[in-house]
Unconditional design. Sequence first.
Length: 377
Amino acid sequence: MKPVEDFLKNKLHGRQQSGTYRELKPENSLVDFCSNDYLGFARSAVLKQSIVNEVDTHPLSLNGAAGSRLLSGNIQYAEDLEKQIATYHDSEAGLLFNSGYDANLGLLSSLAQRGDTIILDELVHASIIDGARLSYANRYSFKHNDFDSLESKLKLAKGNCYVVIESVYSMDGDTPPLVEILSLTEKYNAALIVDEAHALGLYAKGLVCELGLQRRIFARVVTFGKALGGHGAIVLGSNNLRNYLINFARSFIYTTAAPFHQLAAIKMAYQLLENSREAIISLKRNIELFKQQVNTGENFTLLNSNSPIQCIVLNSNEMAREAAKQLQMNNFDVRSILSPTVAQGTERIRICLHSFNTENELTLLAVTLNKFILLHA
């Protein structure tokens, strides 16, 4: 045991010495500019009550699924929910996964075979990278949103080729030129996969539907833990894709199914989303208000983003930590994003905006930020 414990201790010590040590922190009473609860669903009393009512109308439902969906854990409610969500997103079919991480892991690790090719935008989520690593495919990454870089990798592709991007990037908050990327992948007969985790809510049905591209996209991953305020995910695509994942996606096959309460929460969140036009308008208004009021000066950069994710690049772990500390001392829950989560030299604070943030909160946040930036110019 001692050599292993020494290994753990040394690795943790290394993180502490480099200033990249991670710790869990409990909830706080600060003004929320940190969570992915873009439309306020996670804190919605209306949604909470509708979930209670839905569970009450199914008194025979179990507390837990008690098995994988291929054994004892499948219920008609789950299959009906998959059809409802697929219809909402104008997709032929969908398959539920217990989390967005599970969805990306199962989708990518099972699809690409030895001799195939996966091409990833360099800024895609860790779950996408991990899913690609678990496959036996050739793997490439291309420069973020760079057509020439993507095309150079497409020219190298062998076998079936899968290109994976996000419709809103989780650490930069920007959106890709989706129409142009899709056209390029079609030119090389590659299948495009779009992770819509952070787009749902900003766009009522995601960016793919917003642009009318749903019939041309091979697969979409939609998660429920951001704007929908719940947990879980769905992979949208053809009936063939759904059946393939049921047979080959290990993160679906070998895990206990989601409990009924989680399924009910997803269903009720979608019902609430259909009546959330005002919340989406408020969210977009708050995004514009924040961008108008923040002044980063010449030394720091506010990344170009029209999403709720607004990032100010502060160029070092020390500066990012200090900015977050000052904001928290002023009652704003803003967190620093440090290397190695982001590339060295792009360390930042990541500000998440919400429909429920007030104009006064946004103004005070901007004033506090501007003072910090001026002080460190």
